[in-house]
Write a protein that binds this ligand. Structure first.
Ligand code: NAD
Length: 466
């Protein structure tokens, strides 16, 4: 049976009655003080780490089943990534939770001003399928660190990872403050009807609008981690072989199903042929025969493979182009002769198809970004500092990679998130703690000397002096 058939044949699900009242129940857990102590949060972070490390081979198998992910990639981009985030959060928790002193203005002296991080409350985390473990648990690390309770709704499109998370989470995490709810539209809709204190959604911009509308009913804040067409621009001053290696790596990882993958390349016309040749070489070097490479993934399901296959006709295939439906395989494919009006340039590709389009210098590239939606990432490859500076200043995106693609995701000090159509809000490292916290302002002024007398009415002494 094809994956399409599997998906279409999925029985109509009815939201489990246990979904009812979940937000209120979890908020109560936070309000009771359960999640407040640092030691509790640390134990939960340890539980999350143990859930990953004690069942490594089962996570690997689930990621293999869902996305054909190789072991090393599974460690680099999911399991290892999360263990590092959870351990760093635990190490930093005391510092993150400490009140921050703020200088009180002279006019209010004597006074003490500070901010105090408090948990937002009950959070709903909705995850997508492409990094089904990382994108479900990385926000959860922030929620736990901040002292929130949370429901994690993994993606039904990655069913093996979703099922394993639902099985293991209750064994390693306190179910009073962390729940996993599996399901698709019905379940998510039932969850979205409830009043949450934060909704953290990762996925496409269309469903983000459904999420934002549901959140608006309760004035619930949202963090929206979305995607878009993240371009790479290669300037004529770039180191072409190194650029090609880095772009190939960033594009073919997870078979192109990465929100920050370079969607397409715009390259200075005079070096376009050379870049395409180097991309072809780098692809062969890194993956050899992709079909038998242990390091090359598969398309998540038949529906997406069909969608991607439909995009192959948007240009001339330089390398790749092979598709095997039974194996959900699509070869790493480089396309040239692509027109901006063609289907492959109308939507986020989200698969192993890499169009290379010539452009006339940095002016030409910047022109393509005018009026375009702001992408999640933008990459510039150049040794010419002016070219880099111009791209830095004259374009916008969630993140900018200079001579490197995708790797900014692993720099925990950098906030990870989009802008405009690619999302709002950010996380990773301390930013995850902040995302789930309310930084409460506290101003404290002793009453012993009432310096504020001067601003109490009657204002007769002020008249004529302003
Ligand atoms: P998806 O289909 O798994 O959907 C995401 C989540 O939305 C799932 O949990 C799903 O159950 C839920 N959902 C689907 N329909 C819904 C509905 N009608 N109402 C409520 N919830 C619903 O994943 P996707 O959207 O295909 O993910 C791919 C997109 O996500 C791409 O655009 C990609 O760029 C983006 N993405 C962004 C990031 C990031 O960190 N910014 C990371 C990964 C993916």
């Amino acid at each position: 049976m094809s994956d399409r058939a599997t998906i279409d044949a999925r029985p109509e699900t009815r939201p489990d009655a246990s979904i009812d009242g979940l937000a209120a129940e979890l908020r109560e857990a936070v309000e009771s003080g359960l999640t407040r102590p640092r030691e509790y949060r640390e134990r939960q972070l340890d539980g999350l780490t143990a859930m990953l490390l004690q069942h490594t081979s089962r996570w690997e198998a689930a990621l293999k089943a869902d996305l054909g992910k190789g072991e090393i990639e599974a460690h680099l981009t999911e399991i290892g990534f999360l263990v590092a985030e959870a351990r760093a959060a635990k190490r930093s928790l005391r510092r993150w939770m400490a009140p921050r002193p703020v200088a009180a203005p002279l006019a209010l002296q004597p006074a003490v001003a500070k901010t105090l991080a408090q948990p937002l409350g009950a959070a709903l985390i909705i995850a997508p399928w492409n990094y089904p473990l990382q994108l479900a648990l990385a926000p959860l690390i922030g929620a736990i660190a901040a002292g929130c309770a949370a429901v994690v709704k993994p993606s039904e499109v990655a069913p093996a990872t979703s099922a394993l998370l639902a099985e293991l989470a209750p064994q390693h995490l306190d179910p009073r403050s962390v729940r996993v709810v599996e399901g698709a539209v019905d379940e998510t809709t039932a969850l979205l009807e409830q009043r949450w204190d934060l909704i953290f959604y990762t996925g496409n911009a269309k469903i983000a609008r459904v999420v934002a509308a549901a959140a608006a009913k309760h004035l619930t804040p949202t963090i929206l981690e979305l995607g878009g067409k993240s371009p790479a621009y290669v300037h004529r001053s770039a180191d072409i072989p190194a650029t090609a290696r880095r772009l190939a790596w960033g594009k073919w990882i997870n078979a192109g199903q990465t929100c920050v993958a370079p969607d397409h390349i715009r390259v200075d016309r005079e070096i376009a042929d050379e870049l395409v040749e180097e991309l072809r070489r780098a692809t062969a070097e890194q993956l050899g025969d992709a079909r038998t490479s242990p390091d090359y993934g598969r398309i998540v399901n038949g529906r997406h493979l069909e969608r991607l296959t439909g995009l192959l006709g948007s240009g001339t295939v330089v390398t790749g182009g092979e598709v095997d439906e039974a194996d959900r395989f699509m070869a790493p494919t480089i396309l040239v002769g692509v027109d901006d009006a063609s289907p492959v340039m109308q939507e986020e590709i989200f698969g192993p198809i890499l169009p290379v389009l010539p452009v006339d210098g940095v002016d030409g590239f910047i022109e393509t970004m005018r009026g375009a939606e702001k992408p999640l990432a933008l990459y510039v490859f150049a040794r010419d500092r002016d070219a880099v500076r111009r791209v830095e200043r004259e374009t916008s995106s969630g993140a900018l990679g200079v001579n490197i693609a995708v790797a900014h995701v692993g720099a925990a000090g950098l906030p990870f998130g989009g802008v405009g159509e690619s999302g709002s809000g950010a996380y990773h490292g301390k930013h995850s703690f902040d995302a789930f916290s309310h930084h409460r302002s506290v101003l404290s002024k002793p009453t012993a000397i009432d310096t504020l007398r001067v601003i109490y009415p009657p204002f007769s002494s002020w008249r004529g002096r302003l």
